[in-house]
Design a protein around this ligand. Structure first.
Ligand code: SF4
Length: 288
């Protein structure tokens, strides 16, 4: 097969669920619909929702008069409270795995543990988790643990997209510094599964095409990992494919970030097959 799609590629469970929730809200809401921040890091999807009347409200005051959808990253509990105080209808599309991390942070705080979140400070998901536990701190590496001197036991929680290696290294570093640590492993497997499948496919491909928003951190990381193995191009959609990249007989692999819906993968695969002069009923076959 000259064109194969990685076994795990494209929209994860949380993104598909959020998209389905917005569709349902559009069909059922009585007034206008907005999302609190762009629903996913995929400009094509956000533009298509906007064309159908779904506004992006960066802050709650911009969502006045709407049914507002909370995206899969989740938000601070104070934001939900404020939305209700403002009289907004709130539809919560927070991914259940993110909810689990928020609840773990809240439980640690209730048990009087200092909450430490391993993740990227400032990321919306991390800000939401931290807000569930007063005084929670974020660390991004084992080295950063030196900032956490003194105090009682620590409740350790992960941003869902953290690598298990980094999470374990932070837990180890805290233990080595004498902290008592209670670990809640809140990592979601989706990111890792996509990375492993993409790299596996890249090893047997001459060219990898990675599909997803340029503002999507997990898509950029997929492209970086594939580029370490073979020639790789990152595209947001079929219009960006350059015929000069392709030649007959080459093996082409396709992967896509967790914010890339299946129809976008199909559109890119169909366009590649057309450039190669091929047809076929299923444009997106995976390695067997
Ligand atoms: S990557 Fe995992 S935690 Fe994040 S939205 Fe997708 S399924 Fe949920």
């Amino acid at each position: 097969m000259p064109l194969l799609v990685a076994e795990k590629a494209g929209a994860c469970f949380g993104v598909e669920r959020a998209l389905a929730i917005v569709e349902r809200t559009l069909a059922e809401a009585e007034g206008p619909v907005a999302t609190l921040g762009p629903l996913i890091h995929n400009p094509e999807v956000v533009a298509s929702l906007s064309a159908r009347g779904v506004r992006v409200a960066e802050e709650l005051p911009e969502a006045r008069g709407t049914t507002v959808v909370v995206r899969s990253h989740g938000v601070a509990p104070q934001v939900l409270d404020e939305a209700l105080e403002r009289g907004l209808v709130v539809v919560d599309a927070t991914c259940p795995y993110v909810k689990k991390a928020q609840e773990a942070a809240r439980e640690h705080a209730r048990a009087n543990r200092r909450v430490v979140v391993v993740g990227e400070a400032g990321h919306p998901e991390v800000e939401g988790i931290v807000a569930h536990a007063p005084g929670a701190r974020t660390v991004s590496s084992p080295e950063a643990c030196s900032e956490l001197e003194g105090g009682g036991p620590i409740g350790l929680v992960a941003q869902t997209t953290q690598s298990p290696e980094r999470f374990a290294a932070v837990a180890r570093a805290l233990g080595e510094r004498g902290h008592e640590v209670v670990v809640s492993d809140t990592i979601c497997a989706a990111t890792r599964q996509r990375q492993e499948a993409a790299v596996r496919l890249a090893r047997t491909s001459d060219l990898m095409i990675v599909i997803g928003g340029r503002n999507s951190a997990n898509t950029n990381r997929l492209a970086e990992l594939c580029a370490e193995v073979c020639e790789t191009r990152h595209v947001e959609g079929p219009a960006e494919l350059d015929p000069s990249w392709f030649s007959r007989g080459m093996s082409i692999g396709v992967s896509a970030g967790a914010s890339t819906p299946k129809d976008q993968i199909e559109a890119v695969c169909t366009a590649i097959r057309a450039l190669l002069g091929e047809g076929g009923e299923d444009p997106c076959q995976s390695p067997s």
